[in-house]
Design a protein around this ligand. Structure first.
Ligand SMILES: Nc1ncnc2c1ncn2[C@@H]1O[C@H](COP(=O)(O)OP(=O)(O)OP(=O)(O)O)[C@@H](O)[C@H]1O
Ligand SMILES: [Mg+2]
Length: 132
């Protein structure tokens, strides 16, 4: 079995096409591995995570996830996107900005709704979480 989760080869990324943030990143991350990315402010840690989460895409180089290349077109495909988002999650640097709904209930159910989880299952999870 291939245990590769992420395979990055020569990944480059520039903001607005002219401010380089990452130049030639090569990383392989396998199932069960725990990785810490350490670096000074502005060294590109968040940029790397945004690439791994398919929020931005390399200018050059490739990112494979579970053996398949992660491409913008594929993430526009609903089935590919749902499958990817079920497996890969990102907690942003400022998680407060991830709370944007008018009620706590809507905030809790937002994620599962985006993943296409059934209404009954969402209700069950909501009840369980709230009671905890
Ligand atoms: N939206 C953006 N537009 C233009 N430049 C950006 C943008 N976001 C980040 N950068 C620049 O890209 C480089 C890498 O930034 P990044 O946020 O990835 O670093 P970081 O390692 O996460 O920093 P920190 O430790 O402060 O969180 C920096 O030079 C930063 O100024
Ligand atoms: Mg950061």
């Amino acid at each position: 079995m291939n245990d590769a989760v992420f395979e990055l080869k020569d990944v480059h990324f520039s903001y607005l096409g002219k401010f380089p943030a990452l130049r030639g990143v090569d990383i392989n991350i396998s199932r069960g591995e725990k990785i810490a990315v350490i670096g000074a402010n502005g060294s590109g840690k968040s940029t790397l995570l945004n690439l791994l989460d398919g929020l931005i895409f390399p200018d050059k180089g490739t990112i494979k996830v579970f053996g398949a290349e992660l491409k913008e077109d594929d993430l526009n495909d609903e089935d590919f996107s749902k499958n990817f988002r079920r497996k890969v999650g990102l907690v942003f640097q400022n998680p407060d900005v991830q709370l944007f709904c008018p009620t706590v209930k809507e905030d809790i159910v937002f994620g599962p709704l985006q993943l296409g989880i059934g209404k009954k299952e969402i209700e069950r999870r909501l009840e369980e979480l709230v009671s905890r």
